[in-house]
Design a protein around this ligand. Structure first.
Ligand code: HEC
Length: 107
């Protein structure tokens, strides 16, 4: 084997190693980090009652929710109260009205 062939083989081998190493490095750089994959699983969603969310959003427009949650009323009294809130300017659909009254009466 001539020196030239030997040198060529060595260069080819060296080049292959360098390219191989470069390929590995860029591959690992694009791997997704495990933290972003498992992060959402570790904090469970708090269970939120949709009826409470409705009351919280609708009834906090004009006054604090203390006014709502401090009151102890029967279902009839809540009907009267929510009717009065409608005349005060509360805007709710029929479905929302029922959901709100049911939720407040069940408190
Ligand atoms: C458009 C404004 C407005 C919205 C929206 C509103 N309120 Fe009121 N609320 C008032 C006003 C004004 C008063 C005080 C005068 C009165 O009692 O009517 C009041 C007073 C109250 C009181 C105290 C008086 C009582 O009868 O005990 C309660 C309880 C109450 N609101 C509950 C609610 C609930 C429940 C909701 C959501 C379904 C709501 N409000 C949404 C305007 C509003």
């Amino acid at each position: 084997m001539s020196r030239l062939v030997q040198a060529t083989l060595f260069m080819t081998l060296a080049l292959t190693l360098v390219l191989g190493a470069t390929a590995c490095t860029s591959e690992s750089a694009t791997e997704p980090t495990p933290a972003t994959e498992t992060g959402s699983d570790s904090t469970p969603e708090p269970v939120v009652d949709p009826a409470k969310q409705l009351v919280d959003s609708k009834c906090s427009l004009c006054h604090t929710l203390d006014r709502v949650y401090d009151a102890t009323k029967t279902r009839d009294e809540w009907v009267t109260t929510v009717d009065r809130m409608k005349s005060n300017g509360l805007v709710v659909s029929d479905d929302e009205y029922t959901t709100i009254v049911d939720f407040l009466a069940g408190q």
